[in-house]
Write a protein of this length. Structure first.
Lengths: 113, 112
C-alpha cells in the first residue's frame, strides 16, 4: 500500500504567476483535501474533492482551484500568485467522505518572490 | 466556523517528565478530535484521535482526554523521550463536514 505523495517538493515562483501542485492519494482512498500551512501555523483547509467533485471549501479566494481525476489523484492550481501564498501545501487523503481519518503527504513548499 | 485554540505554543520538558497540551474548540457539533505530530520538514502524522462518545483514550505513552461540556481536549505524553520533540497539532471536525480545523501548534522540546 503506497502513501500520499506530492510533487514537486519545492517550488519558487514569481508574483503574478500561476502554479500547479499535484497529489497522489493513498491506495484505496477516494477523497482528497488540500491545506495551506504558513510558517509557524497550523494547516488551513482549502478544499476537498470526492469522486472528482469539490464537496467542501474553506475561506480561500477563487484563484485557488482544484481538480480530481478518475484515479483519485488531485491538482491544486493557484493563479495570480501573491507573496502571502508562500507556504507549505499539504494534501490529505481519506478512505471516503464518511471516514474522518486523514493521511497527509509530505507537502510542497511554495515560495513566491 | 470552528475555531480551535491550542496552548502552550512552546513546551520544554526534561526527558522522562510528562507533557500536556490543551485545546479548546468552539463548535459544539464537532465530534472528532485528532492529534498530529509533525517533525521538522516532514508530513503531519496522526498519533491518536478521539471521538465525542469517548472521554479518554490511551495508546502506550500517549493519552487524550475530552470534555464535551467544556469543549476542550488534551494530549498527555508520559515518560517523554528525545524523539518526542516535534510540533504537535490538535484538530477538530464534525460529521458531514470533513475539513479539519487545526490549532496553531505546540513545539515540544525534550531536554536530555
Amino acid at each position: 500500500e503506497t502513501g500520499v505523495t506530492q510533487s514537486p517538493t519545492h517550488l519558487i515562483k514569481t508574483r503574478g504567476q500561476q502554479v500547479t501542485l499535484r497529489c497522489s492519494s493513498q491506495s484505496g482512498h477516494n477523497t482528497v483535501s488540500w491545506y495551506q500551512q504558513a510558517l509557524g501555523q497550523g494547516p488551513q483547509f482549502i478544499f476537498q474533492y470526492y469522486r472528482e467533485e469539490e464537496n467542501g471549501r474553506g475561506n480561500f479566494p477563487p484563484r485557488f482551484s482544484g481538480l480530481q481525476f478518475p484515479n483519485y489523484s488531485s491538482e491544486l492550481n493557484v493563479n495570480a500568485l501573491e507573496l502571502d501564498d508562500s507556504a507549505l501545501y499539504l494534501c490529505a487523503s481519506r478512505v471516503g467522505p464518511m471516514n474522518t481519518e486523514a493521511f497527509f503527504g509530505q507537502g510542497t513548499r511554495l515560495t513566491v518572490v | 466556523g470552528e475555531n480551535v485554540e491550542q496552548h502552550p505554543s512552546t513546551l520544554s520538558v526534561q526527558e522522562g517528565d510528562s507533557a500536556v497540551i490543551k485545546c479548546t474548540y468552539s463548535d459544539s457539533a464537532s465530534n472528532y478530535f485528532p492529534w498530529y505530530k509533525q517533525e521538522l520538514g516532514k508530513r503531519p502524522q496522526l498519533i491518536i484521535d478521539i471521538r465525542s462518545n469517548v472521554g479518554e483514550k490511551k495508546d502506550q505513552r500517549i493519552a487524550v482526554t475530552l470534555n464535551k461540556t467544556a469543549k476542550h481536549f488534551s494530549l498527555h505524553i508520559t515518560e517523554t523521550q528525545p524523539e518526542d520533540s516535534a510540533v504537535y497539532f490538535c484538530a477538530a471536525s464534525k460529521l458531514g463536514d470533513y475539513k479539519l480545523s487545526f490549532g496553531a501548534g505546540t513545539t515540544v522540546t525534550v531536554r536530555a
